[in-house]
Structure formats: structure tokens, C-alpha cells
Design a protein around this ligand. Structure first.
Ligand SMILES: Nc1nc2c(c(CN[C@H]3C=C[C@H](O)[C@@H]3O)cn2[C@@H]2O[C@H](COP(=O)(O)O)[C@@H](O)[C@H]2O)c(=O)[nH]1
Length: 341
């Protein structure tokens, strides 16, 4: 079967042919300058991943790797119809929403003695068990719970059959290459095949597969089996928060027609033309921001290619989006129900 373009090639192709989403050169430059100041003061490093996010595993271990694998297998579609009426999970006295509600539910299950990160458990979980583990503390359940059940059973079965039940086995097979790990994930785990057709061409985003590679790099602190020499080949992860923040920062712009649909709260089709343009232009926009940022440091005689990459840019922008939600009220995120992001 003919291969799909890589996410980076896909993003360039989509951005060059996009009709309703535009990458704004001026905005790209301004974001790069803003980040240049931030990075110069406080270098963004791997350490932040653990420090900034208390629900993430804090130790380097096989258990932590399998925690990351399980979470990224389910890392999709947390948005709710109404912002003030959504799935929330209470854990250790704190209330979590969105992606963090997933992490809180996983940690809550582990504390209750449910081996939710063990493939031998989630490969045969029943729908009722999944509903219990990911139960909400409001009357709004976590979205797509049936899909989560199917993804858990499928993913757990493959991990058991092909990798002895541990994602660390898969990582070792990648021989410290991010791209090899990405392809092992795509080839073996169907739910990570985040692909589409655009103007007759096969394009890919691989959002959950790439964030799994990135989170693996982080949880292993870029050392040992996680010392990926080609981590800079990974793009940002095309979710529904990054486009919103790029438009908010002026690096990307939507056509009037698309903005109107977003304000009306239209639910877009996964793989639809405008949805593909939003995701592809977001990736391409961040590739340009990254290269502008590296150029700014180069002008100062600093080669930051080992310290600045799309993964760290993504994490920064994603956290920025979470922290500036109120400021971004005027720019709705695009709504899609799918298992890819
Ligand atoms: N681009 C990008 N998208 C990301 C993440 C994360 C969280 N991961 C990191 C966080 C800590 C660790 O460092 C993990 O690496 C979740 N998402 C996506 O966002 C959406 C959820 O949004 P909200 O409804 O607001 O929770 C949903 O599509 C989810 O898939 C990221 O980092 N980048």
C-alpha cells in the first residue's frame, strides 16, 4: 500500500494548498521573538515536564513508560458541549478537567489497586469496568467512553501479543530512533493511524503517536533507551488547543467562513477539508516558528538546535493555551469527535 506523507511533508503540502487557514509570516516572527525572550531568560528543558505536571510519573521506570503508553492511547477528545458543564475528576483533593481528568482517573485507579496500566488487565476490560475507572465526578461522563473501551482492548491485546505486554520492549526495538519508534507504533497499533486524504494525496498527522514518542523521551529524560538522536524530526501534535493559541497569537488566521462555523460551534468531520487545513497549517506554522527561533539564537552566535525543537515548543504552547483560556475566549477551538486527538 502506498505510504502516507510524513506529518512534516503533509503540513507543508496542506499549508501551500489551504483555502480557509493561513499561516501569517508576521505573526510567526512575533511569536518567535516572544519565545526568544522567554527561552533566553529561562531555558525550557526536559526537567519542566515532570516539575510542571504533578500527575505525570516522577520516576524513570518501566512502570512509568507503561503509564505514558496507556495515557497516550486514550489521549483524545476531552472537550465538552458546554464549558461550564463537563467531565471532572477529583484526585487527592484537586479537581481536574480535560486531558488532566484522564491522568487523574488513571492515578485514582492505581491508588484503588486497579492495575489499569497493565496490558494484561486492559486488554480484557469490560465496558462497565472502563466506565468505572474513568468515571466523572459530575453528571457529564468522559466523552467517547465506548471508543476508549475498544481502543483499550485492541491496544492491550497487541502489546501482549507483539511486545510481551510492555511498551519498553517496543522502545528498545526502536534503537534510540524517534522515527523508528513512530513507525513501530503506526504499524502495530491501528488506533494511532491518524491519516487523511487532502486534494487526492495521503497526508498524516500522527498526533497521538508523536506525542507518545515525545512523552517517552520526556519520561526517560532523554537518556538510555529514550536518548532519541532524531527527536527534532518530530512535529508539534495537531490537537484542538494548538490551532487556537496560534490564531490567538496572530501566527495563523482563519477565513471568515471558517470563523463563522467555529463561532456557531459546528462539529467538524475528522478528515474533512477545513479540519485537515487547520491541523496541517498548525504543524507548518510551528515548523516556521521553530526555524525562526533558531535563526534568532544563531544571530547571537548560539546554536540551540539541541535544546529547541517542536516537542518543547508544543509543550510550551499547550501549557500557554491552558493558562490563557480566558484571553482566548474570542477564538473557539475546532470541535471534532474522534479517537485521534
Ligand atoms: N499539542 C498537544 N496536545 C495535547 C497535549 C496534551 C497533554 N500532554 C502533555 C501534558 C503534560 C505532559 O507533558 C504531556 O505530554 C494533551 N493534548 C491534547 O489536548 C487536548 C486536550 O486539551 P484540554 O481539553 O484543554 O485538556 C486533546 O486533544 C489532547 O489530546 C500536549 O502536550 N500537546
Amino acid at each position: 500500500m502506498e505510504a502516507f506523507m510524513s506529518p512534516k511533508e503533509s503540513a507543508k503540502f496542506i499549508a501551500e494548498n489551504s483555502k480557509d487557514v493561513y499561516v501569517e509570516e508576521d505573526g510567526v516572527r512575533k511569536v518567535a521573538e516572544m519565545l526568544f525572550d522567554k527561552f533566553s531568560k529561562k531555558e525550557l528543558s526536559l526537567d519542566d515536564w515532570k516539575l510542571l505536571h504533578e500527575l505525570n510519573p516522577q520516576v524513570v521506570s518501566e512502570e512509568s513508560v507503561n503509564w505514558v503508553f496507556l495515557v497516550d492511547a486514550l489521549n483524545f477528545s476531552f472537550w465538552s458541549e458546554h464549558e461550564d458543564h463537563k467531565c471532572l475528576v477529583k484526585y487527592k483533593g484537586k479537581i481536574y478537567s480535560g486531558y488532566w481528568s484522564l491522568c487523574a482517573a488513571v492515578n485514582r485507579a492505581l491508588d484503588e489497586g486497579i492495575p489499569i496500566t497493565s496490558a494484561s488487565y486492559y486488554a480484557t476490560m469490560t465496558l462497565d469496568q472502563v466506565r468505572h475507572v474513568f468515571r466523572s465526578d459530575t453528571d457529564v461522563p468522559m466523552p467517547l467512553i465506548e471508543d476508549r473501551h475498544r481502543v483499550l482492548n485492541e491496544t492491550g491485546t497487541v502489546l501482549l501479543e507483539k511486545f510481551g505486554g510492555s511498551f519498553l520492549t517496543c522502545i528498545k526495538k526502536s534503537e534510540k530512533s524517534a522515527q523508528k519508534l513512530l513507525h513501530l507504533i503506526i504499524e502495530n497499533f491501528p488506533s494511532f493511524r491518524d491519516e487523511a486524504m487532502f486534494q487526492g494525496e495521503k497526508v498524516s498527522f500522527y498526533k497521538r503517536a508523536q506525542i507518545l514518542v515525545a512523552d517517552t523521551w520526556n519520561v526517560l529524560e532523554g537518556k538510555g533507551d529514550g536518548c532519541f538522536s532524531d527527536i527534532s524530526s518530530v512535529t508539534i501534535f495537531a490537537d484542538y488547543r494548538i490551532p487556537q493559541v496560534l490564531v490567538h497569537l496572530g501566527a495563523m488566521r482563519y477565513s471568515e467562513d471558517l470563523m463563522k462555523k467555529l463561532h456557531e460551534g459546528l462539529v467538524f468531520q475528522s478528515g474533512g477539508k477545513q479540519e485537515v487545513e487547520i491541523r496541517g497549517c498548525s504543524i507548518w506554522c510551528c515548523e516556521l516558528i521553530c526555524s525562526r527561533l533558531l535563526e534568532l539564537f544563531k544571530k547571537k552566535g548560539q546554536n540551540m538546535s539541541e535544546k529547541i525543537n517542536a516537542v518543547l515548543l508544543d509543550y510550551y504552547l499547550w501549557d500557554y493555551a491552558r493558562d490563557h483560556r480566558k484571553d482566548m475566549k474570542g477564538i473557539p477551538f475546532h470541535r471534532v469527535r474522534c479517537i485521534y486527538y
